[in-house]
Ligand binder design. Structure first.
Ligand code: FEO
Ligand code: CA
Ligand code: CA
Ligand code: CA
Length: 694
């Protein structure tokens, strides 16, 4: 069949396109701080193993070599490395590729820098709901010049990230749209905002702009349009909504505060990034960069406490938003344990607007990107979660209780206990070709990066509420609350920022977006390994895991090594690289009903706007990557949902560029004219109706 030449638009301006202001407000400038993981991890182990395999026997000399500095050893290894062929990228796909797989038959959009949501020819898009739109019936109309916290508590929050659509029984075109509001960007929310002297009302609006929204939406037959409605389940969850703590850390001294001497009731959820819809109809959400909300870590003198804070990147004096001036719980000097009450997977029951959401401590505390569920044949529930920090770890939790089928209230109540009893594991990966990894991204002989893996148990939570630590030197409570330190002790594998972690509902294989890590192999940081094969990794990669879901072993391969397909360090599953869309900084993952992977990006380092991409996983087109949409200037693409007749994305932080300000916005999306940009959810469908990608 004839081959298309895809329109490519690739620049080479170096690093991720994420702006300074997004870094500051989204993740507390995580990437400009020292890497929190200073553990030796398997860094030294890798070097020893590599050196042993390469040089045969290296007995007493191994540690002496290590003592002179890891960088020197890495250099020596790289110089020793046997030359492996660089993929020409054209191995597969040269012959008959067969038909375009269902779900991916669309004309890819060209990479661009437009201030618009761009979709393929023959498709339409429209905003579903934006920051400030009413969620509750008594919400006042949004008035950007006269905001109040009371209004924001009833309106759609800021910077939408995760999106879930849950069908309403008996009402075929009606769904609950559940969206997270990861963070607020005050300079783009308030005219004349003074970052040195925010008002109390601005602080309260910021706290209310975080959390989640539950909104009933009605579909329109024949299109994918979604219209918000005031339904009985509509709800705002914010930085002050009451949460119940469950699992091994519930009631722990490590969680007790002045306001909550029980250590079981927390006000609010913060920095809710991605998430997952559970098979039992609830929503999981990851509390990610929570460290940035807590002030005065620098006043801590206790070395144990200081180490715990540092491992989570909690540092400094004042915070960027200065909430501590108006609420002392954000001041570590006043409330040292409040910070321990964030960094969890939370579960929301969207079918009861009065329900108390839960923080599940059996899944461990780290910068959870999200959590997503696979259910085994016997009803065991496996929750996968990545810790989105450079050189941090991948985790899974395996339940001891079994899922109950059906969506009765009794079944939901039971299933909301599934994540409280079971075993928490951290991943250790071993490459098949350690001698061939030199940090350049050069493919090993055999043509792919691959290996095996082991899930190392950290914590067992029992059904009677007791728990056992499986890590020497740490109690069960400590493993739950300081999970990163537990991962350090067992030598977990340091990854390139594990973001979304998603099981394929068709094949059961599990996929992880490793977004980037420009510190990999730099300044003495951990060197490249086979799963993280590039130093100064600007563009990220996609890991494919064939997991024994409830067990402890797996095999893995890299599906994509992202970036400019014209560059030798990229890999698209073996597919012809001249026939793919460039992709950079993968973040969120989703699957369509055909089993194709969809990837949204955050911080495209290739110079064009972020987007949403489809990737074929099986057959002769494995690795074929096509851009389905792009988002406006300064924005990140989040929350993808790919249904048969509709795609939904969250457009997060439109207009957040270094050159922009309230007075001079870089984007006027979505309202146009001279308007300020507003984060919003967008629905996309085929003109005149019909199935996506067919
Ligand atoms: Fe909020 Fe890991 O992205
Ligand atoms: Ca993310
Ligand atoms: Ca996902
Ligand atoms: Ca991200």
């Amino acid at each position: 069949m004839s081959r298309r030449t895809l329109p490519l638009f690739v620049t080479h301006d170096g690093i991720s396109s994420r702006s300074d202001i997004t870094c500051k407000y989204k993740c507390g400038d995580a990437c400009s701080h020292a890497v929190p993981n200073t553990s030796p991890g398997e860094y030294f182990g890798d070097i020893v193993r590599t050196a042993l395999s390469r040089r045969g026997v290296l007995r007493g000399g191994a540690m002496a070599v290590l003592a002179v500095g890891a960088g020197g050893v890495l250099t020596a290894c790289a110089n020793d490395s046997a030359a492996a062929p660089v993929s020409d990228g054209a191995a597969a796909g040269a012959g008959d590729l067969g038909p375009v797989p269902d779900g991916t038959n669309f004309s890819p959009v060209a990479p661009n820098t437009d201030d618009a949501v761009t979709v393929p020819d023959g498709y339409e898009q429209e905003v579903v709901i934006r920051w400030g739109d009413p969620v509750l019936p008594d919400a006042p109309a949004f008035d950007i010049g006269n905001q109040t916290a009371a209004a924001q508590e009833k309106q759609f929050g800021f910077n939408n990230d995760f999106a879930g659509l849950l069908p309403v029984d008996g009402s075929p075109d009606t769904h609950l749209l559940v969206v997270s509001h990861e963070y607020t960007t005050e300079p783009f929310m308030f005219a004349g905002y003074d970052a040195d002297d925010p008002t109390e009302e601005q602080v309260r609006i910021g706290i209310a702009g975080h959390g989640l929204s539950v909104v009933q939406v009605r579909g329109e037959p024949g299109t994918g349009r979604l219209t918000p409605e005031f339904g009985p389940y509509n709800r705002r969850i914010t930085g002050t909504t009451e949460f119940l703590v469950t699992g091994p850390a519930a009631g722990s001294d490590l969680l007790k505060t002045t306001a909550d001497p029980t250590g079981t009731r927390v006000a609010g959820t913060l920095n809710n990034c991605a998430g997952g819809v559970t098979p039992w109809g609830t929503v999981l959400s990851g509390e990610e960069n929570f460290d940035q909300y807590f002030a005065n870590a620098d006043t801590v003198t206790d070395p144990v406490l200081a180490e715990r804070l540092a491992r989570y990147g909690v540092e400094g004096t004042e915070t960027e938003r200065k909430w501590e001036r108006f609420d002392p719980r954000f001041d570590i000097a006043a409330e040292p344990n409040e910070v321990n009450r964030f960094g969890w997977i939370v579960e929301i029951d969207p079918w009861d607007a009065t329900s108390v959401p839960v923080k599940h401590t059996a899944l461990g505390r780290f910068k959870h990107e999200a959590a997503t569920i696979h259910v085994t044949a016997d009803g065991t529930v496996v929750a996968y979660s990545g810790d989105d920090e450079r050189f941090d770890y991948m985790y899974k939790f395996v339940s001891s209780r079994k899922m109950q089928n059906g969506n009765s209230r009794a079944a939901v109540r039971h299933n909301m206990t599934l994540l409280d009893a079971g075993t928490l594991y951290v991943a250790k990966l071993t490459g098949d070709h350690p001698d061939a990894i030199d940090g350049s991204g050069k493919l090993p002989e055999g043509g792919k990066f691959s290996g095996t893996g082991e899930w190392i148990p950290l914590l067992r939570a029992n059904e009677d509420g007791s728990a056992e630590s499986l890590v020497d030197g740490m109690s069960a409570e400590e493993v739950a609350v300081f999970t990163r330190l537990a991962g350090d002790r067992v030598g977990a594998t340091k990854m390139d920022r594990p973001e979304d972690f998603e099981p394929n509902p068709v094949t059961g294989k599990v996929y992880v977006a490793l977004t980037n890590n420009t510190k990999r192999g730099v300044d003495g940081a951990a060197p490249a390994d086979e799963a993280n094969p590039r130093v100064n990794n600007k563009n990220g990669q996609i890991l494919e895991i064939d997991d024994d879901h409830a067990g402890r072993s797996f095999t893995w391969t890299l599906l994509l090594v992202c970036g400019d397909p014209d560059e030798a360090d990229t890999y698209f599953g073996g597919f012809d690289k001249s026939q793919v869309s460039p992709i950079s900084c993968p973040d969120n993952l989703a699957f369509d009903t055909h089993g194709n992977l969809w990837i949204s990006t955050d911080g495209n380092a290739l110079g064009s706007n972020d987007g949403l991409f489809s990737v074929v996983l099986d057959g002769p087109r494995r690795g074929e990557t096509k851009q389905f949409l792009s988002v406006p200037v300064g924005a990140e693409t989040c929350g993808p949902i790919v249904q048969d007749d509709r795609v939904v994305v969250c457009v997060q932080h439109p207009g957040e560029t270094d050159e922009s300000s309230w007075a001079s916005p870089a984007s006027h999306w979505p309202d146009g004219g001279a308007s300020q940009p507003r984060p919003a959810v967008v629905a996309v469908w085929k003109s005149g109706g019909g199935r996506i990608g067919i």
